[in-house]
Each structure stands twice: as structure tokens, then as C-alpha cells.
Design a protein around this ligand. Structure first.
Ligand code: PLP
Length: 408
């Protein structure tokens, strides 16, 4: 008889977004004349940059000719894109990453979820709390946890991000093998300094652990002292994989293009202690299960690195950062402390009360929708996340309503 993978049955359903939708619908029913402003969303709202659209169009026209038609491409991505990535995102910042260490894909969600496949079932996983749920759920599916108890999966090490540590978790006291880090962070918007990342790299080197570093939001970093890649930290090439995406910098959430950096130096042990190349294993996995990102999409992504593209992407991320600044100023003026917003599109607010209570209060008093922090983990309790992905008009209106209602 066909049977299911029992690990999938351990997964806890996430009611976060369906609960939010239910509460919005109840509010709308009770207040049919009031407008709702949604500041809970993690999807971008501005259209694709002109440079990307132009490259996209001309690649599609090329595909309509015999000379320019492209069938299956290299699974790892076309060299024009891999080289543009290596030169602009790494070499230009002093990080020695070469084009053949870049694996182009259709999303940082898939890559950060899939990467664990190449490691043994028995390894110890460390994730932040609060956390982007993909890291947790994919390891539950792979059988690396026990069941869920009081909101946490047994067997995982949770790295707590709290007001006390500035939402940058400390290195765990127990040994772990695979560590998921994300900076600028979703959901908190917190960033890590070079010194903080150096401490993680040192820890990984000493303990034989591997870091999976999700830098999907790096385009929002404006503080020149903050690292833009973990490879700006000495020694990181031996112990860290980095995930990047075109989703949040160039609005590719619906277009789909991302990449993962897998340095050739990294190895992991086999059953007899012999060392295996992670680059070779990931290459094998990628080529077996993935058939490449389409040629026009890769051409559109390459345009991000053109002079016009760089300018337009900067304008796009500046626009969201200005929204974030407006949110942060309004929230701080009301006396709440928050993190994020300066180098990130998310603002994580210490609500000083249960996060769903604050959510309801905001919705009922102002019609503004946020995301309750409790939906991202136990340490998210007492917090809410506000996203800067929206129109200026909506952000300004929302903050005006919040000012009027909460200052009472
Ligand atoms: N990583 C983090 C931390 C995210 O918040 C998101 C999307 O919200 C992703 C990855 C997904 O990126 P992509 O659109 O490339 O799959």
C-alpha cells in the first residue's frame, strides 16, 4: 500500500495568514465604509525596472528567431549572468567568488529550502526564533526533528532574537551542525555587523559546522559599515553558503530568479570521515532536479547590473526605504521601540502586549493590517511586523491613522 512520509505529518499548520484574513473579513463586515490598508505583506508592489523589461523584451524577440532561439540552457545558469553576479556582487566588494561558484535558480525560497537535502539526516539544525519558516519546515520534512511541543519542534536548536540581544542571536552553547542565518532579517529587519558575522564564522570553523546565510534583503543595506555578503568576513568561504534573490531588489517576486553561492573550498564528512566537496554535491543535486531559469528571465536579471539597471534598482529600494523611514518615525514618536527599517524593508515593533491583541487593536482602531510576530515563533510574541512594501500614499495614510488613534 502506498504510504506517506510520516515527517510531513509532524508539520504544524500555519494559521497566520488565514487568521489575518478572517479578522480582516470580520472587520470589513462590521465596518463596510472603512478602508483597509495592508502593511503586512512581504511581496513587493512596484513594477519591474525599465532596464529589466527592455532586456526581457529583446530576449523574447531573440527567442522568436532561428539564430537566437534557446532551448535547455546550462542548469547552473548562463555564464553571462554568473559572471555579472560574481563581478558586481562579490569581486567589486573584495569577496573572491568566481562565476563557477554561482548557481542560478528560480528562487531563494527553493534554494534555502532544498540545500539541506545534501546533508545527513542526523545532523543538528539551528534556526533563529523568530524565523522565516522555510528553514524549519524543510528540515521537519527531512526527518531532522521530533514532534512539535509548545510551539517548537523537538530536536532543533532555537537561536533567540530578543530585545536584550538587539535581535541578533548569540552563538549556541550546545554543538550544532547546520546554522541558518538571515541578515537583513525577515521578520525582524535586524542587521548583523561584520564582527557579529565573524564570530559565527569562527564558531563554524572551530566546530565543523556550516552556515546557510540568507541575504535576500541585502539590497536594502545602506550603512557602509555593514557587510553586504558573508564572504566579506575572512574565512567565510570555508564555512558558508549564501542565498541571494532578485525578488526584493528588482521586483522579481513574480518573474523568478535567484542564485546560491557555493564556494569550492567547503567540504563535509562522509561515513568514514573522508571529505566530500559540497560544490560537487550541490551541482549534482541541482542538475538532477532543476532544468534552469529561462533565457529571457536571466537576460532580465543580467540587466540589473547595467548602468541603467543599477540606477533603477537603487531608486526602487530607496523608495521602499523611504516608506520604512516614515513608518519608523511614526512608531517611535508614539513611544514604541523598534528595530529594522534603516537597512531593511521590515520594521519589527515591540508592542509591549500580546501580538494578536496589538494586531486587533490596530485593525479595529485604524483599519491598518500588520503581521503579528507570534506567527514567526515564540520569540515573536509581543511584537508585530510592518512592511514597507506599499505605495507612499498608503504608508502615509496608515501612519496618520495610527498617530491619531494611538496617541489618544
Ligand atoms: N528568503 C527570505 C528571508 C525571504 O523573506 C524570502 C521571501 O519573502 C525569500 C527568501 C524568498 O525569495 P525568492 O522570491 O527568491 O524565492
Amino acid at each position: 500500500m502506498i504510504r506517506v512520509n510520516e515527517n510531513f505529518l509532524k508539520l504544524q499548520a500555519s494559521y497566520l495568514f488565514s487568521d489575518i484574513a478572517k479578522r480582516i473579513s470580520a472587520y470589513q463586515k462590521a465596518n463596510p465604509n472603512k478602508s483597509i490598508i495592508k502593511l503586512g505583506i512581504g511581496d513587493v508592489t512596484e513594477p519591474l525596472p525599465q532596464a529589466c523589461r527592455d532586456a526581457f523584451h529583446s530576449a523574447i524577440d531573440e527567442m522568436g528567431t532561428h539564430e537566437g532561439f534557446h532551448g535547455y540552457g546550462p542548469e547552473q545558469g548562463y555564464s553571462f549572468l554568473r559572471e555579472a553576479i560574481a563581478d558586481n556582487d562579490f569581486q567589486a566588494r573584495g569577496a573572491n567568488i568566481s562565476a563557477d561558484e554561482i548557481f542560478v535558480s528560480d528562487g531563494a525560497k527553493c534554494d534555502s529550502g532544498n540545500f539541506q537535502e545534501i546533508f545527513a539526516e542526523g545532523i543538528k539544525i539551528a534556526v533563529a526564533d523568530p524565523v522565516y519558516p522555510v528553514y524549519v519546515d524543510t528540515n521537519v520534512m527531512a526527518g531532522r526533528s521530533g514532534g512539535s511541543l509548545d510551539g517548537r519542534y523537538q530536536g532543533f536548536v532555537y537561536l533567540e532574537s530578543t530585545p536584550e540581544n538587539g535581535y541578533v542571536p548569540a552563538i549556541p552553547s550546545e554543538p550544532v551542525d547546520l546554522i541558518y542565518l538571515c541578515f537583513p532579517n525577515n521578520p525582524t529587519g535586524a542587521t548583523a555587523t561584520k564582527e557579529q558575522l565573524s564570530a559565527w564564522v569562527e564558531y563554524a570553523k572551530e566546530s565543523g559546522a556550516l552556515i546557510l546565510y540568507d541575504a535576500a534583503y541585502v539590497a536594502f543595506v545602506r550603512d557602509s559599515l555593514l557587510p553586504q555578503s558573508i564572504y566579506e568576513v575572512q574565512g567565510a568561504k570555508d564555512v558558508a553558503i549564501e542565498f541571494r534573490s532578485f525578488s526584493k531588489n528588482a521586483g522579481f517576486t513574480g518573474t523568478r530568479c535567484a542564485y546560491t553561492v557555493v564556494p569550492k573550498e567547503i567540504t563535509a564528512a562522509g561515513a568514514n570521515g573522508e571529505q566530500h566537496s559540497i560544490h560537487a554535491l550541490w551541482n549534482r543535486r541541482h542538475c538532477t532536479k532543476f532544468n534552469g531559469v529561462s533565457y529571457p528571465v536571466q537576460k532580465a536579471a543580467e540587466a540589473v547590473y547595467s548602468e541603467a539597471g543599477e540606477h533603477q534598482v537603487k531608486a526602487l529600494t530607496d523608495f521602499y526605504l523611504e516608506n520604512a523611514k516614515i513608518v519608523k518615525a511614526a512608531i517611535e514618536e508614539l513611544g514604541y521601540s523598534c528595530v529594522g527599517g534603516d537597512n531593511s524593508p521590515y520594521i519589527w515593533i515591540n508592542a509591549r502586549r500580546p501580538s494578536w491583541e496589538f494586531f486587533d487593536h490596530l485593525l479595529n482602531e485604524t483599519g491598518v493590517v500588520c503581521t503579528p510576530g507570534a506567527g514567526f515563533g515564540l520569540c515573536g510574541e509581543g511584537h508585530i511586523r510592518i512592511s514597507a512594501f506599499n505605495s507612499r500614499e498608503n504608508v502615509e495614510n496608515a501612519m496618520e491613522r495610527i498617530r491619531l488613534a494611538l496617541a489618544k
